[in-house]
Design a protein around this ligand. Structure first.
Ligand SMILES: [Zn+2]
Length: 327
């Protein structure tokens, strides 16, 4: 599916089989003699076929195409290794590249999952099935790093890089101040909520995410072009909804902790999830994994605000509510 969203800007819908996300938006901007593609799809056949037929319709020449990838996740980054040519530039951010280049990345996640209560027997299977592992780019890739305020000029558009950490540590959006359009990646989505997960102890991704939402709230935006679902106009209303969502989730986590000390995995199993399964036991393993990461992000956020504390007991991290320290 190809749709023109602005003069010389096109949205290609690339299907994501068996994913609740259903599809990813890849965008092509036509300049004079050059193209820019924003996000790509997973490195799998179904994505490549849809991509090729869309590129044909748009008459895109990959030898004259550069790429901007909003963040490290396989549905955005995966296919770039199959699309890039010797003459292509791949624009990316440094924090996410560090994760991709860490040879121990998955082992660290396994260790983190284990200490946070994910059953050992399920961990290996969860990671084997993890789409981020199965459908990622074939490396190594030459990347061109961008930072806040850097510019990409393509045709009549001058895009500004906007750092929006939260969904990932290096997540980056593109803003065009004249046309007032904003490529939001997975920072702001309209009808679904971006996953905010914690998989390392040194960060507070929910705190970062909420800050990044406030940052974008101040931008003058007429159209958001997101990584999933449809483009939309009301960015401030959506930001308010997303902030509210995390407030409600935070309260839910606190209510669950009233039952006593628990691992993040146990907390996740009692939270409400928008998924077609009645019982936690029936959740597909990758969904249990994402849910646990999200529970952890909220626990970490509450810990940072002095409302939750953690203790290590027999190799497991247990979280409990701190009474009387409400901020
Ligand atoms: Zn993502």
């Amino acid at each position: 599916m190809v749709e023109k969203v602005f003069p010389n800007i096109f949205r290609m819908e690339i299907p994501l089989p068996a994913s609740p996300l259903k599809a990813i938006n890849s965008y092509v901007i036509k300049g004079e003699g050059r193209f820019l593609m924003i996000d790509t799809g997973m490195n799998r056949e179904e994505c490549m076929e849809a991509m090729q037929s869309s590129l044909q319709k748009l008459e895109v020449d990959l030898r004259r195409t550069d790429f901007f990838i909003t963040h490290l996740h396989a549905d955005h980054f995966g296919l770039v290794s199959e699309l890039t040519r010797d003459s292509s530039k791949v624009y990316f951010n440094e924090p996410d590249a560090q994760v991709l280049r860490d040879p121990n990345h998955w082992e660290k996640m396994v260790a983190f999952g284990l200490v946070n209560g994910f059953p050992e027997s399920d961990l290996k299977a969860a990671l084997m099935k993890h789409p981020g592992r199965r459908y990622h780019a074939r490396g190594p890739l030459d990347l061109c790093f961008l930072k806040e305020g850097d510019r990409i000029q393509i045709g009549e558009y001058a895009f500004l890089c906007v750092e929006t950490p939260g969904h990932t540590q290096g997540h980056m959006c593109l803003y065009e101040p004249k046309a007032k359009i904003f490529f939001s990646g997975d920072h702001i989505l309209d009808t679904i909520t971006p996953n905010i997960s914690l998989w390392s102890d040194n960060v507070d991704p929910l705190q970062q995410y909420l800050q990044s939402l406030d940052k974008i709230d101040a931008y003058d935006i007429e159209r958001v072009l997101p990584g999933h679902r449809h483009p939309f106009e009301h960015h401030r209303r959506r930001i308010a909804e997303l902030k509210k969502h995390h407030e409600v989730r935070t309260e839910e986590v606190l209510a669950i902790l009233q039952k006593g000390r628990q691992t993040a995995y146990q907390v996740a199993s009692q939270m409400t999830w928008d998924i077609d399964c009645e019982m936690w036991e029936d959740f597909p393993l990758p969904q249990k994994w994402f849910a646990s990461g999200e529970a952890l992000a909220h626990l970490r956020y509450l810990e940072g605000r002095g409302r939750v504390r953690r203790e290590l007991q027999e190799g497991k991290v247990l979280f409990s509510q701190l009474e009387g320290l409400r901020q």
